[in-house]
Every structure is written in C-alpha cells, then in structure tokens.
Unconditional design. Structure first.
Length: 186
C-alpha cells in the first residue's frame, strides 16, 4: 500500500544577485519526493526554479513518537504538536553562523523550547558575547519555533493533518547530498 508522508526537505539555491548559496526548509505531504517538485518551486518563487535539494527525509518518527499523515476528515483532538526549530550558534574564531535544525514533539511551544535548550548544539555553540539562539534572536524566542501544521501550504492543510502518537519505530533515514530536481524519480 502506498502511504502518504510528511517530508522535510532542505532546498538550496544561489538566487540572482547573491554570491553565496542560500537554504530554506520545505515541508510537504505526498507519496513520493517527485510529487512535491511543483510545490517546492511554488514555495521559493524567487529561485526561479533554479533550486536543488541538499538533504531530505520522510518524517515518520520523531523522538519516541510516530508521525502519520491522515485525511483532515479523520482528525482527532491533538495532545502533541510537531515543531521545527532552527538553532543558530557560533564558535570562537569561526567566521560562520552554524545552524542545527530540530524536529521536536511537545505539548506546547514552551516545552519545545526546553527540549531545544537541552541539545548538544545549544549548549556548545555559544560563547560569551555570542549566545546560541533560535535564528534572528539573541535568545530563545517563541516566534522562531514553528508548528509544522501551521507552516504547511494551504494545499496540504486543507486535505491532511498529522496524527502524533507514542510509538517506537526505527529512526527516519536522512538523505544528505546534492540532488538536482531533474534527477528525482522516487
């Protein structure tokens, strides 16, 4: 049986007028990665379809929770939410802002923040004068944490919802490496 899944995809592009590659994270729902190509182009119109994928994964397991995509009509009252957090941090002498992307299951944004502060990245990618932060802030800020269901495109929100339940499955496979859009056939 073909299943519908949530996908987390790191898109890369060097937009016109820029000198370094830039990235953004796209969340979409589909049966294959190939199904999502038009949605990725719609998500980043300034890239003028000159995007590629640098990393991707099906999101079916986060921490000790099973993540399933179900039809909106089957929605149940939610206990848990799935959050995306983009931490930014620094290392002494490095001309770089390092980033760490997290998926966290929590009952609230404040609980998700507490979990983010416990990560190795948060505790080790800061030094006096350059505190680790959720991007665009000097400290952990609630508005820089995204409930995945809130940032999905309207197309996906109208049709699907996430069912998050305790369940211990193998971790999701993370696919890392440059992938041209015209090479996606899965």
């Amino acid at each position: 049986m073909i299943s519908t899944n949530l996908y987390m995809i790191m898109l890369g592009c060097t937009p016109k007028g820029r000198i370094t590659e830039q990235h953004d994270i796209f969340f979409g729902i589909g049966t294959t990665l190939q199904d999502l190509i038009p949605d990725m182009y719609t998500f980043w119109p300034e890239a003028e379809q000159q995007i590629h994928i640098d990393a991707w994964q099906k999101v079916t397991q986060v921490e000790d929770f099973s993540i399933k995509v179900i039809p909106k009509a089957q929605a149940k009252e939610k206990t848990y939410q799935l959050f995306f957090i983009n931490l930014g941090g620094y290392q002494p002498g490095q001309f770089e802002e390092f980033h760490h992307k997290l998926l966290i299951v929590a009952t609230s944004k404040s609980e998700a923040i507490k979990k983010a502060k416990q990560t190795h990245f948060y505790q080790n990618f800061s030094f006096k004068g350059a505190v680790s932060h959720i991007d665009d802030q000097y400290g952990v800020a609630i508005d820089e944490i995204y409930d995945i269901e809130e940032i999905l495109s309207d197309k996906f929100k109208k049709e699907y919802t996430l069912n998050i339940i305790p369940g211990n499955q193998p971790p999701d496979e993370v696919h890392i490496g440059y992938l041209k859009m015209n090479k996606i056939n899965f």
